[in-house]
Design a protein around this ligand. Structure first.
Ligand code: GLN
Length: 567
């Protein structure tokens, strides 16, 4: 039988509800429980796939090709749960499903209302996850903040679910804020009191409060919160800011959150002990890696908003752990490189360069400059999705001499459409859910760097999210000049990975898929591990080179300068 934990948030958004839910999942798994996770998002978009990364941060993609909220990324990184489109529902998708049923006549002429039809649909979605995977515990996070008009149907649905499942089978965890007011010189509990009152008005009495604050809660303060919010004293948990997100489960465990939860759910006998050894080692390495640090430039489009590349940032941290290194990341807005005469000097500071995914024309020339620099200087380069596409364009223009080679995404009239619209998408104008999405197989070329990186696996599976693809018409031209196509789809249709020969460049790899979605803290993705390793080797080499002025780091690759278009 599945037990439920509902996680809500109060006072303000961005309190880290997703991380709190993930950390609870992590702790329960450390006790041996099988955990599933899901997120209910109150907004009307059917999924976050059409939302700007500036608005909503990264769109996380699951194996089955669902475009989901970035919190699902945390769930998969902190737990072993395998997520699908069943694990993320928005109001829009719930309403769409109800309206489709109404149009089909499924409701036999009834008046369709928020209660019971929308709430029933929500409950069915939640129970479907419990039924499909039969986890010991299903953690359900509700997006938004208590009191939002749009989240009311979700709140009502979880209230009903809690009631139907019964006291020892479902609990409510509320993440709230205890702000420090400088003028008074103290932490204030009133916002938390109000937030809990708001919850209780809806009929939900929280069992556990996770109180975010920038300093520890005193015993007195905990008592006060417990009294006013009607929870046990030991259920007022202090959720202090920590230096790495992977420390959150440990901080919760220190306050016995996991034993409290298993007690509340009557699971103590089943899951009495907790094993956090590996997790502790992970945090220790993140905090104090033995091999020093590397400095990586990410040249991308939405860099001022770090949430837009959430999984990427985490994947680099994981790869750092695997190499016992700290990965310092500098985000460089690619547009800023376009008119920067000193861009090479700027890039020289880094041990490696990464060009991540993105959409639209803005900033492409800056990426091409960074790639050209990486290719010629022998700086390790990793291009992901758009990063692979731009690497192909740079190679076509500057090595193959194909002037104005481009992707039709940026120039529909290019004479050399190296990258063009997915053949399956021609004539499809809709934007929602019309990309090549989710997990696809890829065959790796024997003897290639890619194959070596993936521990000599002949075939891999990675997640995709793109609308454009490599144009096979140009394959021969680019290969003739030295580009290696190291990964292709089993049907031979899609170029999935490219690289430069190992004797021409220490690490120059591009992939059409997004490996960052599958990287885990305790199981870092091999592509990132190798990239960070190459960055470290580059750092050590350059330190040696400083002592040896006669060495020339320049990589020689013949270029057809006479006909080459500048980036
Ligand atoms: N804009 C490119 C495409 O749609 C790349 C997408 C991406 O980087 N995710 O193909």
């Amino acid at each position: 039988m599945t037990k439920y934990i509902f996680v809500t948030g109060g006072v303000v958004s961005s309190l880290g509800k997703g991380l709190a839910a993930s950390s609870i999942g992590c702790l329960l798994e450390a006790r041996g429980a099988r955990v599933q996770m899901m997120k209910l998002d109150p907004y009307i978009n059917v999924d976050p796939g059409t939302m700007s990364p500036f608005q909503h941060g990264e769109c996380y993609v699951t194996d089955d090709g669902a475009e989901t909220d970035l919190d699902l990324g945390h769930y998969e990184r902190f737990t072993g749960a395998k997520l699908t489109k069943a694990n993320n529902w928005t109001s829009g998708r719930i309403y769409l499903s109800v309206i489709e049923k109404e149009r089909r006549g499924d409701y036999l002429g009834k008046t369709i209302q928020v209660i019971p039809h929308i709430t029933d649909e929500i409950k069915t979605a939640v129970r479907a996850v419990a039924e499909k995977d039969s986890p010991d515990v299903l953690i359900v996070e509700i997006g938004g903040t208590v009191g939002d008009i749009e989240s009311l149907p979700f709140m009502e649905a979880i209230r009903q679910l809690g009631n139907e499942e019964g006291k020892n089978n479902a609990i409510f965890v509320h993440v709230t804020l205890v702000p420090y007011i400088a003028a008074a010189g103290e932490l204030k509990t009133k916002p938390t009191q109000h937030s809990v009152r708001e919850l209780r008005e809806i009929g939900i009495a929280p069992d556990i409060l996770l109180c975010r604050s920038d300093r520890p809660l005193s015993l007195d303060l905990r008592r006060k919160i417990a009294l006013f919010c009607n929870v046990q004293e030991n259920a007022v948990i202090s959720a202090l800011d920590v230096s790495t997100i992977y420390e959150v489960p440990l901080a919760f465990h220190e306050q016995s959150l996991d034993s409290l939860i298993v007690e509340d759910l009557h699971l103590t006998e089943q899951f009495p002990n907790v094993d956090l050894k590996k997790w502790r080692e992970l945090v220790a390495t993140i905090k104090e890696p033995s091999e020093g640090a590397v400095k990586i430039a990410i040249v991308g489009k939405y860099v001022e908003f770090e949430d837009s590349y959430k999984s990427l940032r985490e994947a680099l941290t994981h790869a750092g752990v695997a190499n016992n290194l700290k990965v310092n990341v500098n985000w460089i807005e690619s547009e800023g490189l376009i008119d920067d005469k000193n861009y090479e000097n700027r890039l020289q500071d880094y041990d490696a360069i990464l060009v991540p995914g993105g959409f639209g024309k803005r900033g492409i020339s800056g990426m091409l400059r960074a790639i050209k620099y990486a290719r010629k200087s022998g700086t390790p380069f990793f291009g992901i999705c758009l990063g692979m596409q731009t690497a192909c364009i740079e190679f076509a223009r500057n090595v193959c001499g194909l002037r104005d080679a481009d992707s039709t995404e940026f120039n529909a009239d290019t004479p050399f459409p190296i990258i063009f619209k997915l053949r399956d998408l021609v004539d499809i104008e809709e934007l929602g859910g019309t990309m090549r999405l989710g997990a696809w197989q890829c065959e790796l070329k024997e003897g290639s760097l890619a194959r070596e990186i993936y521990h000599n696996s002949p075939e891999i599976s990675e997640r995709h999210r793109h609308r454009y693809e490599f144009n096979p018409e140009f394959r021969q031209v680019l290969e003739k000049e030295g580009l290696i196509i190291s990964g292709i789809s089993p049907d031979g249709k899609f170029v999935e990975m490219i690289e430069l020969p190992k004797d021409a460049h220490p690490f120059f790899v591009g992939c059409q898929f997004h490996p960052e979605y599958k990287s885990k803290p305790l199981n870092a993705h091999p592509l990132f591990v190798s990239f960070v390793k190459a960055a470290h080797e580059n750092r050590l080499n350059s330190e040696n080179l400083k002592d040896d002025v006669s060495s020339d780091k320049q990589i020689e690759m013949p270029e057809r300068a006479a006909v080459a278009g500048e980036e």
